[in-house]
Design a protein around this ligand. Sequence first.
Ligand code: COA
Length: 212
Amino acid sequence: MEIRTVTEQDRDELRALFTRAGEGSPTESLWGHPESEAAIYLDPYFELLPDSLFVAVIDGSMAGYLTGCPDGSLLPSENERMSRAISRHRLVVRPGPARFFGRAMLDSMRAAIRREPTAGELDDPRWPAHLHINVELRARGTGAADALMTAWLDRLRELGSPGCHLQTASENTRAVRFFTRMGFVPHGPTPAIPGLRHAGKRVHQQTMVWAP
Ligand SMILES: CC(C)(COP(=O)(O)OP(=O)(O)OC[C@H]1O[C@@H](n2cnc3c(N)ncnc32)[C@H](O)[C@@H]1OP(=O)(O)O)[C@@H](O)C(=O)NCCC(=O)NCCS
């Protein structure tokens, strides 16, 4: 197994991995349109922060990736990226995505009426860095995810980062256990994520933080 940062030649293979690596997790598909999902959660990292994008290569093919960001100010916010993807990919007129965003709007309105907290990005100077990690089925439980995380946390130590956060689903118990083993601790409330359902049920955002 090799852990390394991406190169321009990895673009197509990484994009293909992006569409399958989340398989089985509560966030495996958001609105069922991989191109626009990649425009938010992969492409900006590839274009703007290639030194923080690590891949795990097993037997010559890519099996996992970690998109890191040392500081949120280096990327457009998730909301900005989402708004751009919605208009560029005309998501409101595509049936699957339109259903998702319609449901998200209703979920958000309901939460506002009930004065419940809503899911959102963490903006806290104690943990300015963040990451997303996905390892495909064949590479889970092999140490590939551990190696990707170790590479990223070592890089943050080198950069002198004060800390890192991530956001997963509290229903994703395997991921929460994995992140806990890597030194992350739960932080803040676990609000429902607007629009998202897994096996017909609501999915809740779990923020976790780490400091060197
Ligand atoms: C979350 C995720 C990254 C965790 O990676 P993982 O490899 O499944 O991590 P796990 O902790 O479950 O498995 C690690 C196992 O490998 C073992 N392991 C660690 N290093 C190893 C090595 N060098 N060789 C062999 N096994 C190793 C660990 O001991 C552990 O086994 P245990 O649970 O019996 O103790 C991965 O499951 C995944 O990508 N899931 C789908 C997408 C997802 O949920 N992403 C996160 C969304 S925020």
